[in-house]
Design a protein. Structure first.
Length: 153
């Protein structure tokens, strides 16, 4: 399993500073998650219905085991067409990304912005004590910046 975590230092709030604004303050906690044994077709329907671009894959213990995205589904469409394979039989675990980068919920949200830029990821899951607790997206970081209205950070 390849879960790699970017750890954040717990910032000490100082007067006039926004260092105490953490990933946990802006992450989404109510996530759409997927299971390894779900069909890719079912995932595609959920992505479209919920207007999301992907999501974490968890096992029965709510432990993060992968990420599935629109891009992963697109690859499957292409392979199914090429090999003339029915997509109904294709499972998430066969096409999810297993080497998942995570970040610490205590990381400063603007340090997380740098992680997005360095990695080109659209989302990072947050894991605590081995369990998925949330996810932060690039959009969540933008919301944090708008809330602060460009104050010094």
């Amino acid at each position: 399993m390849g879960i790699k975590s970017f750890m954040g230092k717990r910032a000490k709030p100082t007067k006039g500073s926004n260092e105490h604004i953490t990933v946990s303050d802006y992450m989404t906690r109510n996530l759409t998650t997927f299971r390894p044994n779900q069909s890719v077709m079912e995932v595609m329907n959920i992505l479209i219905k919920r207007k999301i671009s992907g999501g974490p894959v968890v096992n029965d213990k709510h432990e993060l085991v992968g990420i599935i995205s629109e891009g992963d589904c697109m690859k499957q469409i292409s392979e199914s067409r090429y090999y003339n394979h029915p997509m109904e039989d294709i499972k998430v675990e066969e096409h999810m990304i297993k080497n998942v980068d995570t970040i610490d919920g205590n990381m400063n949200v603007f340090d997380a912005a740098n992680k997005f830029l360095e990695s080109k990821h659209r989302r990072f899951p947050i894991v605590e004590n081995g369990k998925l607790v949330g996810q932060i997206s690039q959009r969540d970081v933008l919301k944090a910046a708008l809330k602060l209205k460009g104050q010094t950070w």
